[in-house]
Design a protein around this ligand. Structure first.
Ligand SMILES: [Ca+2]
Ligand SMILES: [Ca+2]
Length: 227
């Protein structure tokens, strides 16, 4: 009799111990490699997939301390948007998507795309990643057995040293450049053309009234007059 009770208890213990482990099926995460030029915004999509249909997860993303600036994190699914915030109280390069589990409000899918919006500050190759500490299914049961991590590479190449049409060299192209070019071509004092490449908007190798006309049309949005 005692032996039977022991066997029963052992069986219960085995069921209790093994059942939760058997119920866990790992989710997946992957970071898509991305590239761009210095000064540009680079979007890095991270796909998070659950074995369950509909899920919530808690994650942090990592970007390097320099070279890239993390501006924003967006997540696919309009139904989850209200529950997602970038918590920049976290120190260093780590950001947390919601300080807690993202509230589960949808059962419309088994994967989400978390997109990092980065500004490329310096040329280089950088590692970015995501660490998912919890992933819960519709009934708030864990669907990952261990923290889930993924990483990818962001490559930043040298960008143009100037903006075409930025005749006054202030970093943007607008009517001030048109006015500057008009005065420079008219020989006004104090209006030197310091960057001929930027001023040669029609790219014919010289800076003259044709560039002025081109710039006027480009700023007015004429078809075929791109900068
Ligand atoms: Ca300018
Ligand atoms: Ca020209």
């Amino acid at each position: 009799m005692k032996k039977r009770v022991f066997c029963f208890l052992l069986a219960v213990m085995l069921i209790v111990c093994v059942m939760p482990m058997a119920a866990l099926a790992d989710g997946e995460a992957s970071v898509t490699n991305a590239s761009g030029k210095k000064g540009e915004t680079i979007k890095v999509p991270i796909t998070v997939t659950s074995p369950s249909y509909g899920f919530a997860f808690k994650a942090s993303v990592s970007v390097p301390d320099s070279g890239l600036t993390l501006n924003d994190i967006t997540i696919s699914s309009a139904t989850m948007a209200d529950d997602v915030n970038v918590d920049d109280d976290v120190t260093g390069a780590f950001y947390t998507i919601n300080g807690k589990n993202i509230t589960f409000v949808t059962d419309t899918g088994s994967s989400y795309v978390v997109t990092l919006n980065l500004t490329a500050d310096a040329v280089g190759e950088y590692n970015v990643g995501i660490d998912i500490s919890e992933m819960l299914d519709f009934e708030e049961k864990a669907v990952i057995s261990a923290p889930l991590s993924a990483s990818g590479t962001v490559t930043v190449e040298e960008g143009p040293a100037y903006l075409l049409g930025d005749v006054n060299g202030d970093g943007s192209v607008n009517r001030a450049d048109r006015n500057y070019l008009i005065k420079a071509l008219a020989g006004w004092d104090g209006y030197p053309i310091t960057n001929k490449d930027a001023a040669d908007v029609n790219k014919d190798g010289t800076v003259n009234r044709a560039d002025r006309n081109y710039l006027i049309k480009a700023l007015a949005g004429w078809a075929g007059y791109t900068l």
